[in-house]
Ligand binder design. Sequence first.
Ligand SMILES: O=C(CO)COP(=O)(O)O
Length: 236
Amino acid sequence: MKRLIAGNWKMHGLKAAMAEIEALSGKLTPADLEKSDVLICPPATLLMGLGEQAHNGVALGGQNCHQEEMGAYTGDISAEMLAEAGASYCIVGHSERRAKHGEHDALVRQKADACHRAGITPIICVGESFTDRAQGKAVKVVTSQLWASLPEDHSQVVVAYEPVWAVGSGAIPTLDDIGEVHAALREVAGQNARILYGGSVKPSNAAQILSVPNVHGVLVGGASLKAEEFYGIISA
Ligand SMILES: O=C(CO)COP(=O)(O)O
């Protein structure tokens, strides 16, 4: 299965940041693109401008979408709008949206369905809290999140396992723990889904993480903002 190396810029990136995608696309070799699909999910404000140019194989994605196609939803953006702006993927159910915007599994499922409707691939995020992990409940928590978030037709989904306590903290689970969770997620998601790991991925730990069975790529936050660092992960 071809791996997917995805960057989530979160709420980072004024216009000047568009140069990072240019720098990244300049570094990518045909061999890199043979091995990995490369994706950047910039803020929606940059998507349109970026979507108008080709980036040597770097795909673009949204960080969130509304579940409806259009309507009176001030400030929201639909999956169709992201697709029109050049997105081919969209992150849904990121832990920051679950925690800070009250998004629950049923809504995440609707958003994943909206992505399918718009012809883009949802990246469905799941992950346990520090307490869940400490209490030995990580596998149970993430598999039940995925059951409840997965659209009925999940032949075209990407799943991202992002332990909440590993996001932005510098801490990561052991490789055995990552392997255990990914094997359990594979049971739920089926054989076609790529399952990414996310949470404090850096050039220094990417090769080890990517060598774990059932890990088909990574979803990178902070280390995706600079072309040089992100390329260090792609070439791992
Ligand atoms: O949330 C993440 C990607 O979606 C991970 O963020 P960091 O790589 O900064 O830990």
